[in-house]
Ligand binder design. Structure first.
Ligand code: FES
Length: 107
């Protein structure tokens, strides 16, 4: 499935992320530096914060785990209703075309 990552100033990168891979790793493997993913997806760093595009928020949904919602509060950038930790969002066929917005900073 295709995932488009958009920087805070509007630069877009579209990449192919395999099903079952998460959005954080999809960024890392493709050299997208705005998602850091310091803890490697261990749900302990909040440097993989992203905003799900409005068109996709229903499909992706809110954090299923309280741990994610709590950790999101320590993210460096503003938290919005469509904030997610990208290591907790797995790519599925249904998410083909997904658009992810990235905050200006993860620190
Ligand atoms: Fe650390 Fe997502 S990579 S919480």
């Amino acid at each position: 499935p295709k995932v488009t990552y958009v920087t805070h100033d509007g630069r877009k990168t579209e990449v192919d992320v395999p099903v079952g891979e998460n959005i954080m790793r999809g960024a890392l493997y493709n050299g997208i530096e705005e998602i850091v993913g310091e803890c490697g997806g261990g749900l302990s760093c909040a440097t993989c914060h992203c905003y799900i595009d409005e068109e996709w928020t229903d499909k992706v949904g809110p954090p299923p785990l309280e741990a994610e919602a709590e950790l999101l509060e320590s993210a460096a950038a503003e938290i919005r209703p469509n904030s997610r930790l990208s290591c907790q969002v797995d790519v599925t066929e249904a998410l083909d075309g997904l658009v992810i917005h990235m905050p200006e900073t993860q620190y």
